[in-house]
Design a binder for this molecule. Structure first.
Ligand SMILES: [Fe+2]
Length: 177
């Protein structure tokens, strides 16, 4: 019952109007978060981890305009992708007959808490194991990408690529591949 409901809501979200280019851009991040989340859930608690990993940034569909503009929309500026995503989950689930209310609440919690801390835009900190793992996976994927981008763009001599402001540390180049 739960597996069916989770795939139902994912299908509805995709049908709800994801723009092709934005989907392409988001796919790598979603795949990274998805793999880490499911890899960490070795206890078999995959009831909604699968769906929340795939849907955690679904609000960006409305938060950002289409490529090549790719700028914040008014809705994105005023509401943000976390709130928009949680609303999308609730609205979409309401269209699916018999969708469990408790699962809606758990999915919404994952979306609302995936940035982990109040100061990073989440109105709730993760309070379920699935939400906590989702946050860790999202954080790891985003920060790994920052390392990758800095190292890819590096043209300095020596062992250090310099200071990364967002990561708040000096980045050393790897000696071994
Ligand atoms: Fe996010």
């Amino acid at each position: 019952m739960h597996d069916l409901s989770v795939s139902d809501i994912h299908g509805y979200m995709i049908d709800a109007g994801t723009a092709g280019v934005k989907q392409q851009v988001a796919r790598l991040h979603l795949t990274g978060v998805h793999c880490v989340t499911l890899g960490c859930l070795r206890t078999g608690r995959t009831v909604h981890a699968d769906a929340c990993a795939m849907l955690h940034d679904v609000g960006k569909i409305m938060e950002l305009s289409d490529f090549p503009e790719n700028d914040y929309t008014d809705e994105g500026q005023l509401l943000g992708h976390i709130f928009i995503g949680a609303e999308l989950i609730r609205d979409t689930a309401a269209k699916i007959e018999g969708f469990p209310q408790k699962l809606v609440m758990l999915l919404m919690h994952c979306i609302l808490s995936h940035h982990g801390e109040l100061e990073y835009g989440s109105p709730k900190v993760p309070e379920t194991i699935e939400a906590f793992i989702l946050h860790c996976a999202d954080n790891m994927d985003a920060k790994t990408k920052m390392f990758e981008e800095m190292l890819a763009a590096d043209n300095t001599q020596g062992s250090w690529a310099g200071y990364h402001r967002m990561l708040a540390r000096n980045i050393r180049k790897s000696d071994y591949k």
